[in-house]
Design a protein. Sequence first.
Length: 236
Amino acid sequence: MNNSTRKYRVVEELEQIPFLVHGFGTRYWKEEDFASVQDLAVFHRVSLRQTHSDIIRLITQYPKEKMEGDVLVTDLPGTLLIIRTADCLPILIVDTQNRAVAAVHCGWRGTLKRIIEKTLRTMQQRYGSDFASLSVALGPCIASSCYEVGEDVREKFKNKGLLRGVFDSHPSKKEKYLFDLRGANRAQILALGVPDKNIFSIDLCTHCDLDLFSYRRDRDHAGRLINFIGLSQSPE
Ligand SMILES: [Zn+2]
């Protein structure tokens, strides 16, 4: 295992795409590390002021200042889309046919707003993406066994018709539920027609794995995991 695979995790199937770079950072992958990896140093990095919104930013030129939002989408080669997480689910998407990528920040609020569904529809409208041929990678996030939520959260999902298979009753606390963040987003992706074989998942729990950052575990001391995806400047 080389140095960079220890610092961030990759999905093998995406790693084989010649014009793509991507990674889900561990706690050992820091902003300054981009400059030390030749393939990544050449990219122009774009990130957002993430606010648990469903705001999608289409990058057609390099923004002069940091925008608010929770999704980055681009077909601009040489642009590295960055999403930061600590328990929330980072999702990276690539459309190899139309050469476009997206990075999505999914917490329970974004999931409730169907942020992944809106992202995929945006790619369809903007680039003509075919859901059947997209590749979608779900990064590490807090597992349902560690993700306790109250009745209020469950009620909100119920009102939006998003309840099915997403909540489990808590093993010991009566008014609490366990929320399956990964499963909830996976269900939205599948519902749009992305084939199961095109959905990849790094099934690590940020709360249990000490190589990852967890807001629920570390609270205000929690760092942020840096997740990234981009199209290379000069594709082969
Ligand atoms: Zn856990």
